[in-house]
Write a protein that binds this ligand. Structure first.
Ligand SMILES: [Fe+2]
Ligand SMILES: [Fe+2]
Length: 474
């Protein structure tokens, strides 16, 4: 098994020894034109012939793994990379923790692994579809480039998962790989698998919230899979995480820049009216946080889950940074959950293994709280009295034990009538979307930024802010 040398000249760049596996290579080369057709139909509209300053993975070593250059998106080198490992891999959690990891799929885990991989894979093209119109209202060339960078890397993540399906799942895997190109985000007949990936991402406030909150779910799912006892999955997802960090950066700093600009506009306006200055008011930003944070919480799955328990017991999926924990069996321990019982909020202990989705959600929520603290420091520094918050994890849920109840953002039980009367104050509304679309006109002049967002602190790969990140006129 080759694992560190990257074959960059191959039609499909890779470090998985594709050249030595002609059958697999042929199958993937057959999938390639279908993928490109999907990209053409469902990827970013109208920018296919524009050179974009993109980074491409060219190595799997920790330093210098990426190369930056102007590339047209359809010519992007989508490759298949997995992280090298020095030591022999071990199963990291569950009943068999400490035993050698699997290099082939154990028959008894085949269905579960297929489901895990397909579910992860489906999110990658879905997000590209959700974001396909955003180039037409980009606030700057810098942001336009970041959007396209995220898009091509989601495309590469699809490649990473399709490689696993083709290599380890035979005929079933090839069928799954084809279906990944047939489902469509938001389609009534053939929707994407998970809820958040069927929600429209109409404008850049949603794009930044999506990359902040929904890509961050992706980070935690990938991190849990990077602990898998199925070694190829663990090492593939580990490498995906290096790219994912940029997507999270785009989202977190994008929201930070909007918040900073809104605080400036609040100071400029004699009445502190941000909208009067063409900016995005803080209530609207809060509703956007509430909307995307809660849809992203749903992605972690049910609070009490026998599937989650089985995946952990089998060593298929670990906790966040499982390898750094003291014990890896999670037996004889309980997790205390808030549940609704007899119309009241109360507590209940469940076996820890059954609460593994909630344990992962805890790690995610903590990370989101950190970002909120950072944004609130931005508000403080800009002299604004506003503070943004994360809603309770019970609020506005569509999956899990809170789905059939109504909660306010503080997490208190409310009635259906109270929800109806207040929801327009709590989550993104059609009127919000209309307003945002009305102010989001494209800014394509190098170094210029839309009025509703502050400039970033620095450019990409050492380039200045007025660099031509996307060449719209050749
Ligand atoms: Fe991804
Ligand atoms: Fe991502």
């Amino acid at each position: 098994m080759q694992s560190t040398t990257v074959d960059l000249n191959a039609k499909i760049p890779n470090n998985v020894g594709l050249a030595d596996d002609p059958k697999l290579l042929r199958a993937l080369e057959k999938w390639l034109p279908r993928y490109l057709e999907w990209w053409h139909d469902m990827g970013p509209t109208d920018f296919e012939d524009k050179p974009v300053f993109l980074r491409t993975a060219v190595s799997v070593s920790t330093d210098g793994w990426a190369h930056y250059d102007h590339v047209r998106m359809p010519d992007y080198r989508w490759g298949i990379f997995l992280n090298p490992r020095e030591e022999e891999s071990e199963i990291r959690c569950g009943d068999d923790a400490g035993k050698p990891a699997w290099h082939e799929i154990p028959g008894e885990h085949r269905n579960a692994l297929r489901r895990i991989i397909v579910t992860q894979a489906d999110t990658e093209p879905a997000s590209v579809e959700q974001q396909r119109m955003l180039g037409h209202m980009a606030p700057s060339l810098y942001d336009l480039r970041n959007l396209f960078q995220v898009n091509v890397e989601e495309g590469r993540h699809l490649w990473a998962m399709v490689y696993l399906l083709h290599k380890y799942f035979g005929r079933d895997g090839r069928d799954e790989a084809d279906e990944l190109l047939e489902r469509r985000s938001g389609d009534v007949d053939k929707p994407r698998i998970l809820g958040a990936f069927n929600q429209p991402c109409d404008h850049w406030l949603s794009f930044f919230a999506f990359t902040m909150f929904t890509d961050r779910d992706g980070k935690y799912q990938l991190a849990a899979l990077a602990q898998s006892g199925f070694d190829p999955l663990a090492r593939t997802t580990e490498f995906m995480l290096t790219e994912e960090a940029h997507h999270l950066f785009v989202g977190e700093t994008g929201l930070d820049r909007i918040i900073k600009r809104s605080a400036e506009l609040e100071q400029i306006d004699p009445n502190g009216d941000i909208r009067n200055q063409g900016g995005i008011d803080f209530d609207l930003i809060q509703r956007t946080i509430n909307y995307w944070f809660t849809y992203s919480l749903d992605l972690f799955g049910g609070e009490i889950s026998s599937n989650a328990a089985d995946f952990f017991a089998a060593g298929l999926k670990g906790r966040y940074r499982e390898d750094r924990l003291d014990e890896h069996r999670a037996l004889g321990q309980e997790y205390r959950l808030n549940v609704v019982d007899g119309g009241k909020l109360t507590e209940r202990d469940v076996p820890l293994r059954n609460a593994m989705n909630e344990v992962l959600r805890d790690s995610y929520v903590k990370d989101c709280e950190r970002a909120l603290r950072k944004w609130n420091r931005t508000l403080e520094a800009a002299g604004s009295k506003t503070r943004l918050t994360l809603p309770s994890r019970r609020f506005h849920r569509h999956q899990g034990i809170y789905t059939d109840h109504f909660f306010n953002p503080e997490g208190q039980l409310i009635t259906a009538d109270q929800w109806e009367a207040n929801k327009h104050r709590w989550v993104l509304t059609p009127a919000d979307n209309d307003y945002l679309l009305s102010i989001m006109k494209p800014v394509y002049e190098p170094g210029k930024f839309a009025n509703w967002i502050a400039a970033p602190t620095r450019g990409i790969d050492g380039q200045p802010l007025d660099f031509e990140y996307v060449k719209l006129h050749d």
